[in-house]
Structure formats: C-alpha cells, structure tokens
Design a protein around this ligand. Structure first.
Ligand code: NAD
Ligand code: MG
Length: 398
C-alpha cells in the first residue's frame, strides 16, 4: 500500500513535526493521493488544532486537557468532526483504525496514545523519541506481538533505516549531530546561556524541548538509546560524530568495510515522506541538497567535558531500561525548569546527573530491574521527576 491510499492519524498535529506532516499530506493530496485522516491530537492550542482540522478534515480531534472540551467543541463546530478531550481521548486517537500513525507528541506524555496504535498493529511513524525511550523493551515486545511496524522519523534513525540493507552484517552505527547552537561555546559562556539562545538551532526549526536537548547534546544521548532499541545494537557499537552541516544524517558501517549513509538537506519533510510512503517512495517538494553550494562537509569528535549529557546517556543505556527511563524523565523536568527561567543552562545536565545518583540510593530496587509493566514504567517516571524537581528547586533557590 502506498501513501496515495493510506488512512492516517497524527498525534501532536500542532507541533513542528505535526505541521511538517500536514505539509507532506497536502502535497501528496495535491498530486492526486487519497490520504484520509482519521484522528488528530493537540496539547492546549485549540486554534492551531482547528486550523489543522480545516486542512486535513479528520473524523476525530482530541485535546490533551479535559477542561478544554467545550472550547474545542466550539472551535470545531463547523467542521463535522467528533471532538474529545483528556487522556482517554488521546488514547482513542491512537486506537482508531488508521493504517499509519504519526507519533509526534513531545515527551513521555505520548506513550499511552502511541501504545494504543502499537497494540492494534498499525504502522507507527515514530518521531516522539521519549515514548520509545521510557518503555523501549515493552513497546518493542507489544509491536512484535501485534505486528505493528515502527518506522523511524528522527532524521538519524530514518537515515539508518534507509540504508540498513544487511542488519546481520552491521559492524557499527554512527549517529551524526549538528553540535547545536553552543558547539563552539566555552563552559563559562554556556553557564549564562538564555532559553532563546538555546532554542535557536543553527540548522533545524524544532519544538522548544528538542531544541534545548540539541544544545546540551542530550538529544544525541536520547538518540543513542533510540538507535540501540530500534536497531538492536549495543551501546559500544554506536558512535557519535559532530557534523555541523547536518547533511549526512547517519552512517551504517558493514563488515566488509563499506559505509552507507543517507544525505539530504536538513528538512524533516524528507524523513516524514519516507515514513508515510514506506516501503514505496513519494514525490514531495522539500529543500533540495546542493553539494556544490555547500562545498565541504566536516566531522569532529564530540567534547564530553563541555557536553556531559552524552556521557550520562551512555551510562544509563549500559545500566538498563529503568535507568534510561529515569534519565529521560529527569531531563524533561530539567528542560522545563530551564525554559521557564528557574535554572541555568549547565544546571540541566547537573540535575539529570544528580537525579540519577539520588535514585541509586533511594530507589535502588526500582531502577535496577527492567520494568515488566507500564505501571512499573510509570513508577520509575514518577520517582525520577520527583527527584529532578527537588534538585531543580534547590538550584533555583541558590
Ligand atoms: P513540539 O513542541 O513542536 O510539538 C509537540 C506536540 O505535542 C504539539 O502538538 C503539542 O501540542 C503536543 N503536546 C505537548 N505536550 C503534550 C501533552 N502533555 N499531551 C499531549 N500532547 C502534548 O515538538 P516537535 O519538535 O514537533 O517534536 C515532537 C517529537 O518529535 C519530540 O519527541 C521530538 O524529540 C521529536 N523530533 C522532532 C524533530 C523536529 O524536527 N521537530 C526531529 C526529530 C524528532
Ligand atoms: Mg534527530
């Protein structure tokens, strides 16, 4: 089945990935493709949800906050769309019968709606890395049981997916990273970095949370974990290379010395279109690659002293799934505290590191074992957020 006759749902339709997905769907429709939209969801922005519904004409639209049901009903009144609100409505959006579901909510908040789609065996375009990271083994097991297929959308993982011709013959993977807005900054300069500077990414326009993660390099740490889960590859066989131009999106090294990479201009519509049309391809106009204009591509090792988040993620990945879930949850809290002006930029990694150390003491049993249920994932998530909030509060008061 190609993109031309797929039914789709978009979880997180109002975000950066959600808006790029709308653009791709409109382009496919304009070329005669019949992409029917089953369900869309948004966090709090009802006006943006209404705009998405006018363009996509879904059957069902949901907002995250149950208190916004009336507001959403009013905004969508003329559109002949069923409206829901609150956690069960978000899950219903994932559960409704669409062939393909874009998982593009930010953070662990996307887990339940994504799992509703995984459980019914859909094609899942997975942009929301945090939901995979917090419940990796459980999500992969559920996908194997239901027949759901996870299609990586994160540009690095989509690149690997595209060139993974012989999984059994892979020697190692290399994830590329732009290095973010502070690639050349000193620790002293980063200590004074403001949220607007952290969010101003040199190559990509993205949501605030992933932009801050790109500035700390925690994004690459989370992507290391994502790659380990998606491609069943241990931590020591995944490298990271700083590549400031963001043209080579990642590399697969094979046993015969061949290295395969996927190249494209930094434009998320390319991996989104790839996932939408998979296993086919579809014509979509995107920013095109002009190598002569770029003229040179450069690569360098990441600096772990200036960007400790990458090392924290490696340590968590080696230690197992509960530590990985705790790391990501603590990071969500730390990034929120930074974006709201409570703490400094360097405090983000500090909070994650301290939260992990705290949990080793207070929750040793909880984080030592692989969660065997989503309730156990939620318990780890709560403990990590609690620890991170306490540390953030202390740093904010200091
Ligand atoms: P964003 O902040 O622009 O959008 C997030 C979406 O999630 C919005 O629709 C928002 O309304 C919704 N949302 C936020 N909090 C919610 C909650 N508590 N409950 C329900 N919905 C909620 O983020 P984004 O940049 O589009 O990123 C989305 C995901 O994709 C992230 O996990 C990110 O890491 C990943 N990703 C993004 C990019 C990119 O280029 N933007 C690239 C790779 C991966
Ligand atoms: Mg990425």
């Amino acid at each position: 089945m190609s993109a031309a006759n797929r039914s789709v749902s978009i979880l997180g339709v109002t975000g950066s990935i959600g808006r790029s997905t709308i653009d791709v769907i409109e382009q496919v429709r304009a070329r005669g493709g019949d992409v029917r939209v089953e369900a869309v969801t948004a966090g709090r922005n009802v006006a943006a949800l209404a705009d998405a519904c006018r363009r996509l004409r879904p059957r069902f639209a949901a907002v995250a906050d149950a208190g916004q049901l009336d507001e959403a009903r009013t905004a969508l009144a003329e559109l002949n769309v069923e409206v829901g609100a609150g956690p069960s409505a978000l899950e219903e959006a994932g559960a409704r019968p669409a062939d393909w579901v874009m998982s593009a909510i930010v953070g662990a908040a996307g887990l339940a709606p994504t799992m509703a789609a995984v459980r019914r065996g859909a094609l899942i375009a997975i942009a929301n890395k945090e939901c995979l990271i917090c419940a990796g083994p459980l999500m992969l097991k559920a996908a194997a049981d239901s027949g759901a297929k996870l299609l990586p959308v994160d540009s690095e993982h989509n690149a690997i997916f595209q060139v993974l011709t012989h999984p059994a013959r892979v020697e190692r993977l290399t994830l590329t990273a732009s290095g973010g807005p502070f690639r050349t900054w000193t620790r002293e300069a980063m200590a004074a970095a403001r949220p607007d500077q952290a969010v101003a990414h040199p190559n990509w326009s993205m949501g605030a949370k992933i932009s801050v993660d790109s500035a700390t390099l925690m994004n690459k740490g989370l992507e290391l974990i994502e790659a380990s889960y998606l491609f069943d590859t241990p931590e020591e066989r995944i490298g990271v290379l700083i590549h400031p131009q963001s043209i080579v999106h990642s590399l697969v090294h094979y046993a015969d010395g061949s290295v395969l990479a996927q190249l494209s201009a930094p434009d998320m519509r390319t991996p989104i279109a790839h996932a939408l049309a998979w296993p086919d391809r579809v014509a979509v106009s995107t920013n095109r690659l002009d190598l002569a204009a770029i003229s040179s591509l450069s690569f360098e090792e990441p600096n772990l002293e200036r960007f400790p988040a990458l090392g924290l993620a490696r340590t968590a990945l080696k230690a197992g799934p509960a530590r990985v879930a705790a790391l990501s949850a603590a990071n969500e809290i730390a990034v929120e505290a930074f974006l709201s002006g409570q703490i400094g930029f360097l405090d983000i990694s500090q909070i994650v590191e301290e939260a992990m150390a705290t949990l080793e003491g207070t929750e040793a049993g909880l984080i030592a074992k692989t969660p065997s249920s989503f309730d156990e994932v939620a318990a780890v998530d709560r403990a990590a957020r609690g620890a991170a909030r306490r540390i953030a509060g202390r740093l904010a008061a200091a």
